[in-house]
Write a protein that binds this ligand. Structure first.
Ligand SMILES: [Ca+2]
Ligand SMILES: [Ca+2]
Ligand SMILES: [Ca+2]
Length: 227
């Protein structure tokens, strides 16, 4: 009986390990638009008094455009820093998915200017945007693009190289910091975010394949005419 239970537990564990990455893996073109009313997995530590929330209107498209809002309180303790993380759809093999950059709309809804960066964790090693996206406190939506090249990303913890981290990302963060970091600045601020998109390699239609289809259609038409 105990052995059967153990086997069942091991089987279930293996099933979870095998299925989890496939279900969560990043894909080029994916967009967090927050129109389903949820926070789409963007979160903070469990004790934060000001975790990300879904706002039902006022996104970059205006009325009824949902977006995500994160508040940081400054001072000390939980919720003092401007940072949120995702452990689900923004993890996996960015290289295999062909993701070259991450684009998002950002708005500074508070009174403190911010330098927005993304940070990627490969387990131990962290990379962060080399240059922050300047977000003045003017309540205007701006489109930011964070490229994932070696020049655009700076290692801030660990020893792995960027390609290795992009092979197996376990956590992605959006944060404000005045220099490359995976930790958010301690700041009294409010950030709006929408349409977080994984920009991939542009793959056009295969012209040979198209011609092949046209040839078959032409053949069918010619066959018809000849009969
Ligand atoms: Ca939206
Ligand atoms: Ca909506
Ligand atoms: Ca917060």
């Amino acid at each position: 009986m105990k052995i059967i239970t153990l086997i069942l537990r091991v089987s279930l564990s293996v099933a979870v390990i095998i299925s989890a990455p496939a279900a969560l893996a990043i894909t080029a073109g994916q967009i967090d638009d927050f129109e389903n009313g949820s926070i789409m997995g963007w979160q903070e530590g469990g004790s934060s008094p000001n975790p990300p929330t879904n706002i039902s209107t006022g996104g970059p498209q205006g009325a009824n455009d949902n977006y995500l809002r994160d508040i940081s309180a400054g001072g000390a303790g939980a919720g003092s820093k401007m940072v949120m993380f995702n452990l689900s759809q923004w993890t996996g093999d960015f290289n295999a998915a062909g993701v070259e950059s991450i684009q998002m709309w950002l708005r500074n809804e508070g009174n403190s200017s911010m330098q927005i960066r993304i940070a990627l964790n490969g387990g131990v090693t962290w990379f962060s945007s080399t240059n922050g996206f300047s977000l003045p406190a003017d309540n205007m939506w701006r489109l930011a693009t964070f490229n994932l090249t070696a020049n655009d990303m700076t290692r801030v913890a660990g020893t792995s190289d960027l390609a290795t981290v992009l092979d197996s990302v376990v956590e992605m963060r959006i944060l404000s910091a005045n220099s490359p970091d995976f930790r958010g600045a301690t700041i009294d601020a409010t950030l709006g975010v929408d349409d977080i998109e994984a920009i991939g390699v542009v793959v056009g239609p295969d012209p040979d394949a198209d011609f092949g289809v046209i040839s078959v259609i032409l053949d069918l038409i010619l066959d018809d005419d000849s009969e």
